[in-house]
Design a protein around this ligand. Structure first.
Ligand code: SF4
Ligand code: SF4
Length: 184
């Protein structure tokens, strides 16, 4: 999951909260199947130099995408909260870890039984400006989202999921597909 990330500092002041995500919804619908097929293909047969190619494309993505006009991750997904996250955030809020869990979190059903948000949108999202109220102490998962710079063989499955939720992921995968088709 995720969140107000690197592009917090690259916002386009002309866009109002949620304007960007509205523009991307029809694009997700139109291209998600072909982008997922592409991701599956390169997961099975990873092109040489893939991580370096992704790193070279990523800065261009953040010139187009503005998280503060989106916040779709904070509105529709949930981060996982590690023990360290919970200690840091509860201290910031001036409550105990147990009170923090009771008020905001629940255990994942199945899987690793991770701690996740009890509700969406995330209770720490300010819906009027898409800013995170606990930005300085937010979960590590939020700070790293959408994981575009991470190794593809570890995070490719995350992009597979996020290509229809996150404009930044969509842009990266679309550009990657185009770049690989141009370069053979
Ligand atoms: S969904 Fe992606 S583009 Fe939108 S706020 Fe989250 S990280 Fe940024
Ligand atoms: S903690 Fe902040 S960055 Fe993370 S989901 Fe909630 S509002 Fe978004």
């Amino acid at each position: 999951m995720a969140l107000i990330c690197e592009s917090q500092y690259l916002r386009n002041m002309s866009q109002s909260p949620s304007q960007q995500i509205r523009g991307y919804r029809p694009l997700f619908k139109k291209h998600r199947t072909s982008l997922r097929r592409f991701l599956t293909r390169i997961s099975k047969n990873q092109p040489r130099g893939l991580d370096a190619r992704i790193r070279s494309l990523e800065p261009g993505v953040w010139k187009t995408v503005d998280c503060l006009s989106c916040a779709n991750c904070c509105k529709t997904m949930t981060p996982t909260y590690t023990d360290a996250d919970q200690k840091r955030i509860s201290k910031y809020l001036g409550i105990t870890v147990s009170a923090f869990q009771k008020k905001y979190l629940e255990r994942e059903r199945g899987g690793d039984r991770d701690w996740m948000n009890r509700a969406t949108p995330c209770k720490f999202l300010n819906l009027s400006d898409n800013k995170c109220r606990i930005y300085s102490v937010r979960p590590a998962d939020c700070a790293g989202f959408p994981h575009l710079r991470k190794k593809f063989d570890v995070y490719g499955h995350v992009h597979h999921q996020n290509v229809e939720h996150c404009p930044a992921t969509f842009e990266l995968v679309r550009r990657l597909k185009e770049s690989l088709s141009l370069n053979g």
